[in-house]
Design a protein around this ligand. Structure first.
Ligand SMILES: *[C@@H]1O[C@H](CO)[C@@H](O)[C@H](O)[C@H]1NC(C)=O
Ligand SMILES: *[C@@H]1O[C@H](CO)[C@@H](O)[C@H](O)[C@H]1NC(C)=O
Length: 257
């Protein structure tokens, strides 16, 4: 009985998939790998990936994350997608830029900027610490694990920064000095300008741009499977991790090659 149900639903899926293919792809199979768009239309994108022309000199995908330090969805994005993807693909495939400001607002106050953050004063402190860490440490291989560590905690940002600095062997002193002084104030203002320059303007955080572009579909995919989004966007020789991913997707599809 159960087997019969499974077989029947399997048939239904087959029929639906084949109907979907026929509706969109009316080219001879020899042309299915001629471009990424055609391959997608014909439902064979994964199978064609490696035949499609790759650019050996292609640079990494630019991924910019607009975020704020205490937002739960941002923390979740770090934990569920961002860190693992960055580790799996590396900086030659993924050029990550963090912009810790998000839904904050700034007003000019004498010769300084005054920031108001969505989740209160503590969030502003967290944004400043992260912004200063980026500017002072400079090497993303060192500051990103530190920032990721802060985002994985749920305490006061300065306290979490202490724990995470110790864990990652980072000298926190100059970062805190920066965060409390004019340097941090100016750097955070730069983050505000960057965020306010978004077009279209951000409506929520986390908000990503991929090679400078944001769409709803892209955001959704980033939050569901960032690694897939970056693999599909990267134009260089297919990274091993992306090949493995394509293999997994191929074996879970309902048509054969
Ligand atoms: C990485 O992104 C930064 C800006 O966010 C940019 O200045 C830099 O040129 C990018 N690097 C590469 C290799 O694309
Ligand atoms: C990434 O950004 C840099 C700096 O803006 C740019 O030169 C490069 O072409 C971008 N890379 C891609 C893949 O668009």
């Amino acid at each position: 009985m159960n087997t019969l149900v499974v077989m029947m639903s399997g048939c239904l899926v087959m029929v639906l998939c084949m109907a979907g293919l026929e509706a969109k792809c009316d080219l001879p199979p020899s042309l299915w790998c001629s471009s990424g768009d055609v391959a997608k239309q014909c439902g064979v994108y994964d199978q064609c990936r490696d035949t499609l022309r790759r650019d050996p000199n292609a640079g990494p995908v630019n991924l910019t994350l607009y975020m704020e330090s205490l937002c739960p969805d941002c923390k979740n994005f770090f934990a569920s997608q961002l860190y693992d993807t960055w580790v799996a693909l590396g900086t030659s495939v993924l050029n990550l830029t963090l912009v810790p400001y998000g839904n904050a607002r700034e007003t000019k106050d004498g010769d300084k900027w005054k920031f108001e953050c969505q989740h209160g004063e503590q969030e502003c402190i967290g944004n400043l610490i992260e912004t200063c860490a980026i500017a002072i440490i400079k090497d993303i291989n060192i500051y990103f694990p530190f920032i990721n560590c802060i985002e994985s905690k749920n305490g006061m940002p300065e306290k979490d920064a202490e724990t995470c600095a110790a864990k990652n062997k980072i000298d926190l002193e100059p970062i805190i000095q920066c965060a409390n002084g004019p340097m941090g104030n100016d750097l955070e203002h730069q983050m505000a300008l960057k965020t306010d320059a978004l077009n279209p303007p951000h409506q929520y955080v986390p908000w990503v741009t991929v090679n400078g572009v944001h769409t709803e579909a892209m955001e959704k995919e980033a939050e569901q499977s960032l690694v897939t989004l970056i693999c599909d966007t990267y134009k260089g020789p297919t990274p091993k991790k992306c090949l493995q991913l394509a293999e997994q997707r191929r074996s879970s599809r309902c048509y054969t090659n």
